[in-house]
Design a protein around this ligand. Structure first.
Ligand code: HMG
Length: 390
């Protein structure tokens, strides 16, 4: 029995910051952001969107009534979750109207957690083939104003429906993983922004990639020839290229050119949205599939997932016979097209806006946010969510 991703979609909030304007405001050559880092725009979440609402919005439009009836597991993977105790998946379960007899849990390990969620979901469907599992990676990446990490912020979510005989991507169960306790990036419980040793984190990303790729080759005897394309976790679009550059010379010049061209297609959404942490690798896969016209059913994709701290994983997925019918290319283009650009002053104001922490009642001004699922306010330490589509 094949198991894998039957449907996959993303959501990013209605606002973005232009990277040329951000560079100019910071007194930096814009080429550093657009070429050196490889980002054109940065998605920004207003107070009315948090990791829960973004995750629910990502899943909302791709789920049919039949899908919803068959889901008995929802996994919310996030490092910007909203509660130390209650799983974000429980809110999403209600907002999406998932069945009562459903397991709802939250996974954490930096940007890697959705990959762990996918494996858990795969095993769940293997044991219960008539059931489906919803895996959501959703995050807001915040490093702070005027920090080196600022151009690598972003916001968004990817939702994946895992099922038997999937129509998009078959997961090949060939995963190779690596854990090592390092301090490249972390966020203490008391902090709204991440701590990061930037240069060290990029070195560790590459070390983890090289390690799991080598082990994958040893386990499977596969080489680059066996992959149509490789997709990477994309904290910024230059990062995956740095990793790919370390192995590309093992391919023929023609193969290297093809892999690099596919890599560029896999970065198009991230260039406009920025780092979405847990969903980032999967946003890259969507970007590749929704911008490419040449990949064929049966083609194998190699996927590298990395979460600081750190855990890395390399695994492969095979394109299903009718994979193109499972894509939401037009809807995703419309979503990006409809976003509004923030001035740098507006972005800075919104960046420091925060919700009350004293239990008082607070109503969020969400008039510019047209998303169906929103956070409307807080009362008595509880977040108030609405889904206007039901
Ligand atoms: P920085 O130190 O300000 O930048 O921060 P830099 O000086 O290294 O320059 C960046 C690139 O721009 C360099 O290219 C420069 O040469 C180039 P490279 O040598 O890397 O190829 N450059 C220019 N190019 C054209 N024209 C110019 C120009 N000037 C410079 N005028 C850094 C960069 C990424 C470190 C910073 O943004 C940062 O700390 N970001 C956050 C950490 C991060 O994203 N790390 C990635 C690996 S860790 C990871 O992926 C996990 C993560 O997603 C979190 C999680 O798992 O949860 C982050």
């Amino acid at each position: 029995m094949n198991i894998g991703i039957d449907k996959m979609s993303f959501y990013t909030p209605a606002f973005y910051v232009d990277m040329v304007e951000l560079a100019e405001a910071r007194g930096i050559d814009p080429n550093k952001f657009t070429i050196g880092i490889g980002q054109d725009q940065m998605g920004f979440a207003p107070l009315s969107q948090d990791a829960v609402t973004m995750g629910a919005n990502a899943a909302l439009n791709m789920l049919s009534t039949d899908d919803i009836a068959e889901i008995d597991l929802v996994i919310f993977a996030s490092e910007s979750g909203i509660d130390h105790s209650k799983a974000g998946a429980v809110y999403i379960h209600r907002l999406l109207g998932l069945p009562k007899n459903c397991r709802a849990i939250e996974f954490k390990e930096a940007c890697y957690a959705a990959t762990a969620g996918l494996s858990y979901a795969r095993n769940h469907v293997a044991a219960h083939p008539t059931k489906k599992a919803l895996v959501i990676g959703s995050d807001i990446a915040r490093y702070g104003l005027n920090t080196p990490g600022e151009p690598t912020q972003g916001a968004g979510a990817v939702a994946m429906l895992v099922a038997a005989e999937p129509r998009l991507l078959v997961l090949n169960d060939d995963n190779v993983y690596l854990t090592d306790d390092i301090m490249d990036f972390w966020r203490p419980l008391y902090s709204e922004t991440a701590c990061v040793q930037g240069k060290y984190s990029t070195e560790q990303y590459i070390r983890f990639f090289n390690d799991v790729w080598e082990q994958y080759q040893a386990n499977t005897k596969a080489t680059l020839v066996d992959f149509a394309a490789l997709c990477f976790h994309l904290p910024y679009t230059k990062m995956g290229k740095k990793a790919l550059d370390t192995i590309i010379e093992t391919a023929s010049p023609e193969k290297a050119e093809a892999l690099m061209a596919y890599y560029q297609l896999s970065t198009k959404y991230s260039r406009q949205i920025g780092n979405i942490y847990t969903g980032s690798l999967y946003l890259g896969v969507l970007s590749l599939l929704e911008h490419d016209e040449t990949l064929m059913p049966g083609d194998r994709l190699g996927l590298f997932s990395y979460g600081s701290g750190a855990v890395g994983e390399f695994f492969s997925a095979t394109l299903a016979p009718d994979f193109r019918k499972q894509l939401y290319t037009t809807a995703h283009a419309a979503q990006l097209q409809a976003r509004k650009q923030l001035t740098i002053a507006a972005y800075e104001d919104l960046f420091v806006a925060s919700l009350p922490t004293d239990g008082s009642t607070y109503q969020i001004d969400d008039s510019l946010d047209q998303a169906p699922i929103k956070l409307t306010g807080m009362s008595e330490h509880m977040r108030l969510y609405t889904n206007k589509s039901c």
